[in-house]
Design a protein around this ligand. Structure first.
Ligand code: HEC
Length: 255
């Protein structure tokens, strides 16, 4: 392309007045300044691509995505958290003017206007200038959008209860019970398993029976007389077996 003095423009510095045939010259006409697409250029692209790919692969293996406990649909207190690039939208719908009865405003209208405005930018700002300082509308909107996204993301991170979320996400059932243990067999033959679960992990109806603070005596009492929401008379077997069961449950630790 030729630049500099003597060039004529069509009222717009990006469009030259001179018409040129739209066929690029063959690369052989620029000795030493260009290269063949195949294999030179492609080979280099592929090499760079492969280096990045392997780099990402190593990173993923070195830092696996952290796993949380199994999702529990009955848990209503779970604190959700989208990925960082959606945090600003997430934060927006926390505000009163954009949530509840005004949900539509927060999820569709405000973001719609913002992104729709992007589409309109070339129609609103039609000057030939290219320098940001000479394009107040485009530059202004961009800075505004940037500031808004930055502020909302910051607020979302600040408001999130990181400690509580980590506590919630903990993997609680990291162990498997030994189903051959004598105590477990007694447990499984009683009604207990229906509420407290196959792995003593608990259910929506009852808490887990792992890591309890109860003594065997207390557990025996609970089995006969119930506790809180647990009805009495759940145990139906010999006292000998109940001794073993209580002993077994009292000693059950998750690690
Ligand atoms: C009908 C469902 C049900 C059955 C069957 C049942 N439980 Fe429970 N169990 C519960 C509930 C609900 C609780 C929680 C009580 C509360 O704190 O309000 C509980 C609590 C307990 C606790 C106290 C846990 C803690 O962390 O404090 C023990 C120990 C226990 N059950 C043992 C047993 C044993 C042993 C059996 C079998 C003999 C059994 N349960 C059968 C529902 C049940």
């Amino acid at each position: 392309m030729h630049r500099g003095k003597g060039m004529k423009f069509v009222g717009d510095s990006r469009v030259s007045a001179e018409r040129k045939p739209n066929i690029p010259k063959d690369y052989s006409e620029y000795p030493g300044k260009t290269e063949a697409f195949w294999p030179d250029f492609l080979l280099r692209e592929w090499l760079v691509g492969a280096v990045f790919l392997i780099g990402f692969l190593c990173l993923t293996v070195a830092h696996p995505a952290p796993l949380e406990g199994i999702a529990d649909p009955t848990e209503t207190g779970y604190i959700p958290m989208p990925d960082w690039y959606f945090l600003f939208l997430y934060q927006l719908i926390k505000y009163q003017f954009a949530s509840g009865p005004y949900n539509l405003l927060g999820v569709a209208i405000i973001p719609g206007l913002a992104f729709g405005g992007l589409l309109l930018a070339p129609f609103i700002d039609r000057g030939p200038e290219r320098r940001p300082s000479k394009r107040p509308f485009a530059t202004g909107f961009m800075l505004l959008a940037f500031a808004a996204v930055f502020y909302l993301t910051w607020e979302a991170v600040d408001m999130h209860d990181w400690a509580a979320a980590e506590q919630q996400g903990k993997i609680t059932q990291a162990f498997e019970v030994d189903k051959e243990a004598e105590g477990y067999k007694i447990y499984a033959n009683q009604s207990c398993i229906n509420c407290h679960g196959e792995n003593l992990e608990g259910s929506a109806a009852a808490p887990a029976l792992v890591d309890m603070e109860h003594t065997p005596e207390e557990i025996k009492d609970i089995a006969h007389n119930g506790i809180g929401n647990m009805p009495a008379g759940q145990y139906d077997g010999s006292e000998e077996d109940l001794d073993k069961l209580a002993e077994y449950l009292a000693e059950l630790k998750s690690e």
